[in-house]
Design a protein around this ligand. Structure first.
Ligand code: ATP
Length: 348
């Protein structure tokens, strides 16, 4: 019987709390599935590990983690623990880049009409695909000086990097409502005009998928005005970073936004939010983003039973959310992190 081995990296802040609930729901699903099991191995990575060993992602730990194709991650980094030049440590981004996890998938689903700040919207269901290895993030490790007269960041689009992420978006749309929206700034930036030309070439390979091209500023407007018109959106790293927070706000906030960073050999599943130090240790973090990330992980494992498990988890979230009072504090309710996790596990 297949066993799926998962590396678990709880990380910092609220990471360990939400990961515990994700695993609780995974175990509840496992008990209902036939012929598949999950084994987990936990690794210490993040600001806490930096304080312990002087390195947030020790090479030996990374080598061990890389032996697992499936990785479940909580959240990493703490605002007061930084490198000497002031940058926050981001081992979760290091892992993404080292493992070549180019497809940043962020599904945005409204589970109950009460949870959107948009008047009259009842159905929001789209997926943002964020390129996650290049774009405006390529300069993030370049040394700089605060005393310099200027500092420049590079926005890099490579043909192979663009092709693989755009193709992923089309494959995703083929199994959904068959529409891909390209989000760029092709009217201003040469790198974005290049990105668009590659999009156009790939779109021609998928004649039954509808396409749309929008500038990133207009996209921010349309996401608020007509979120129901989107199916799959594909965009550059930084644009995706920003729009995914906006998109999360449409369905209840960061606590409702799961993510998968997918490459050709590995994938990392984690909530879209960070370590939320303002609420860490209070037991009130919303674990739903992590629980929905576990569902994405089960989809990705791509076995009929794990796919059934993913559906079970999403249905359980729907069942719990049908009662508009069953919410954590960030969404106006009173449930604690563990209470929300237990309700979803029971519904599974
Ligand atoms: P990063 O840069 O790593 O994405 P950040 O510091 O920008 O992180 P988050 O840690 O995502 O931001 O938190 C932003 C806000 O959202 C905070 O006020 C935090 O309390 C809230 N928040 C984030 N995640 C959750 C959650 N799971 N439950 C409740 N509130 C959350």
């Amino acid at each position: 019987m297949p066993n799926f081995a998962i590396a678990v990296l709880p990380g910092d802040g609220i990471g360990p709390d939400v990961v515990a609930e994700g695993l609780k729901v995974l175990r509840a699903a496992e008990a209902k599935l036939e012929g598949v099991t999950f084994s987990t191995a936990e690794f210490l990575v993040g600001a806490g590990e930096y304080l312990r060993s002087g390195d947030p992602l020790p090479e030996a730990t990374f080598t061990e983690i890389a032996k697992y194709s499936t990785i479940l991650l909580g959240a990493m980094g703490l605002p007061n623990i930084r490198w000497a030049d002031g940058r926050e440590m981001a081992p979760q981004i290091d892992i993404r880049e080292k493992l070549g996890l180019y497809c940043g998938l962020r599904p945005i689903v409204l589970y109950h009409p009460n949870d959107t700040p948009l008047k009259g919207k009842t159905a929001i269901d789209f997926a943002l695909v964020r390129e996650s290895t290049e774009g405006l993030f390529v300069s993030r490790l370049v040394p700089y000086s605060l005393q310099a007269d200027q500092v420049t960041d590079e926005l890099r689009i490579t043909r192979s990097g663009a092709e693989r992420v755009i193709r992923s978006a089309f494959h995703l749309a083929a199994g959904r409502r068959k529409k891909v929206t390209l989000v760029d700034k092709a009217n201003v930036l040469p790198s974005m005009a290049y990105f668009r030309s590659i999009f156009d070439q790939i779109a021609a390979e998928f004649p039954d998928i509808a396409t749309e091209r929008v500038y990133v500023d207009a996209c921010a407007l349309y996401l608020v005005q007509r979120p129901e018109s989107f199916d799959v959106l594909v965009t550059e790293n930084m644009f995706g970073d920003i729009l995914s927070d906006l998109a999360a706000a449409l369905v209840g906030g960061m606590g409702m936004a799961p993510s998968a960073d997918i490459g050709d050999t590995h994938a990392v599943f984690q909530p879209s939010h960070g370590s939320a130090p303002d609420i860490a240790g209070k037991g009130i973090a919303n674990p739903v983003a992590t629980i929905l990330s576990v569902a994405l992980m089960l989809d990705w494992l791509d076995h009929p039973e794990t796919r059934r498990g993913a559906e079970m988890i999403r249905r359980a979230v729907s069942t719990v959310f049908a009662d508009p009072t069953a919410r954590t504090v960030d969404m106006g309710g009173a449930l604690t992190t563990t209470e929300m996790g237990s309700r979803i596990a029971e519904a599974v």
